[in-house]
Design a protein around this ligand. Structure first.
Ligand code: GDP
Ligand code: IMO
Ligand code: MG
Length: 430
């Protein structure tokens, strides 16, 4: 029996959605444990594209239980829209297949407004957030003034919660030149959607502990990537949650011993959306080519993703922080046709060689990548479904990555399509 945690090992968009969808065939429950609708997970199944933000990527498979855990921040209005649009694609979503933890914090419209107003302040460095209110909602959770799913069940409690939140937010809004929140209108909006959200509400911690005892397999779906982690990422250019594997347990209400295998999702090169340091970023035709071939545009905001060579030092670091047992290497096909490929193995900082990214922002910004160059391949790897279909140089590239990050490849992905995936080690059986 194994429960598997999937985490992004770079700056997000590594292909978690595709891998979670592929793995979910082997799982009984698929649970999101952090983040919110800042995530954009794309699945391609027989040519049909599904784009998910808040819903776990397991929803598209019938007969599985999808869970939104307490570690998530949930925009109820967005969720309702997402459910409607995914239903239009023929996916069945009901209280039998979707469960939301009762203690999940809710993102309010004023969270998004605050997020965007802060980003618009010219005097402070922009983070380049998705503008979806993720940070402000997590702040309110820790500040003990957030509105949670369970509060929707009782109008009197809901009003108390809203009052508590607004004392804080209206003061902030005044300083930012925003109108105070219309409390009556907000309560009306919340009471209107309450029944729709509450039909999915459940004590997720209890259900998952029971499932676990009954021998069911749980697949934990991470969002974002380890370098966006609030503690271990490139702070302050990060998201506002812990995204690393340790969060999977707290984000749903299971003990850490429920995690049997941590699968890190790793792109065969590096991308980043938003601001912040990125040592192996390319500003040349190679970067353009990675972006074009890899279709590197954000699913949530449509922004162009910054692209660069594979950074082995960073992934070695995130493998350690999340306790990654094996990686799924994605988008290898995007490297087809490069004559030579570079891999960043460490950094030069003030005349010294570092094998990890230091914590201080100014040092991160000054780190110069140290590269080794490997031979590329001219043949296509797109759609390869077996190791034998890969050119020798591609296999060598993968092997070199394994060596540098000190972690084996468990899965290899060669196109956006669900089945263009090579299984090396089954995380559920390992
Ligand atoms: P996530 O946020 O980690 O789920 O990743 P996104 O869905 O935001 O971005 C990954 C993109 O790459 C999506 O458009 C996927 O369809 C696509 N993708 C996933 N795996 C592969 C692959 O092996 N090759 C190619 N070419 N595209 C892939
Ligand atoms: P998935 O799950 C890539 C980035 C934003 C910004 C920073 C903070 O698709 O991999 P936030 O709105 O979270 O406060 O923004 O984090 N970011 C992501 N980048 N993939 C994601 O999710 C991301 N979610 C947030 O671009 O730099
Ligand atoms: Mg994404």
């Amino acid at each position: 029996m194994a429960n598997v945690v999937v985490v992004g090992a770079q700056w997000g968009d590594e292909g978690k959605g595709k891998i979670v969808d592929w793995l979910s065939e082997r799982a009984d429950v698929i649970a999101r444990f952090q983040g919110g609708h800042n995530a954009g997970h794309t699945l391609v199944i027989d040519g049909q594209v599904y784009k998910l933000n808040a819903l776990p990527s397991g929803v598209v498979r019938g007969g599985k239980l999808s869970v939104i855990g307490n570690g998530v921040v949930l925009d109820p209005w967005h969720l309702i829209k997402e459910i409607a649009s995914i239903r239009e694609q023929g996916v069945d979503i009901s209280p039998e297949t979707l469960m939301i933890a009762e203690n999940t914090p809710l993102i309010m419209p004023f969270h998004g407004e605050l997020d965007r107003a802060r980003e618009a302040q010219a005097s402070v460095a922009k983070i380049g957030t998705t503008g979806r209110g993720i940070g402000p909602c997590y702040e309110d959770k820790v500040g003990r003034r957030v509105i949670r799913v369970a509060d929707l069940a009782d109008p009197a409690t809901l009003e108390l919660r809203v009052d508590r939140a607004l004392v804080h937010h209206n003061a902030l809004r005044l300083g930012l030149g925003l109108e105070p929140v219309d409390k009556v209108a907000l309560l009306e909006k919340l009471n209107e959607i309450a029944p729709e959200i509450l039909q999915y509400a459940a004590p997720v911690w209890k259900v998952l502990n029971e499932k676990r005892r009954a021998g069911k397999r749980i697949l934990f779906e991470g969002a974002q990537g380890s370098l966006l982690d609030i503690d271990f990422g490139t702070y302050p250019f990060v998201t506002s949650s812990n995204v690393i594997a340790g969060q999977a347990a707290t984000g749903v209400g299971l003990g850490p011993n429920a995690i049997d295998f941590v699968l890190g999702i790793v792109k065969a090169y590096t991308t980043r959306v938003g601001e912040g340091p990125f040592p192996s970023e390319l500003h040349d035709e190679n970067g353009e080519r990675l972006g074009t071939r890899g279709r590197e545009f954000g699913t949530v905001t449509g922004r162009k993703r910054r692209c660069g060579w594979f950074d082995a030092a960073l992934v070695r670091q995130t493998c350690a922080i999340s306790g990654i047992n094996g990686i799924a290497l994605t988008k290898l096909d995007v490297l087809d046709g490069f004559e030579t490929i570079r891999i960043c193995t460490g950094y030069e900082l003030d005349g010294e060689v570092l094998d990890y990214l230091p914590t201080a922002s100014d040092q991160q910004a000054r780190c110069k990548p140290i590269y080794e160059e490997v031979e590329g391949w001219s043949q296509s790897t797109e759609g390869a479904r077996s190791w034998n279909d890969l050119p020798g140089a591609a296999v060598k590239y993968v092997r070199r990555i394994e060596e540098l990050i000190q972690c084996p490849v468990a899965l290899l992905s060669t196109s956006p399509e669900r089945d263009d995936t090579i299984l090396v080690t089954d995380p559920f059986e390992d």
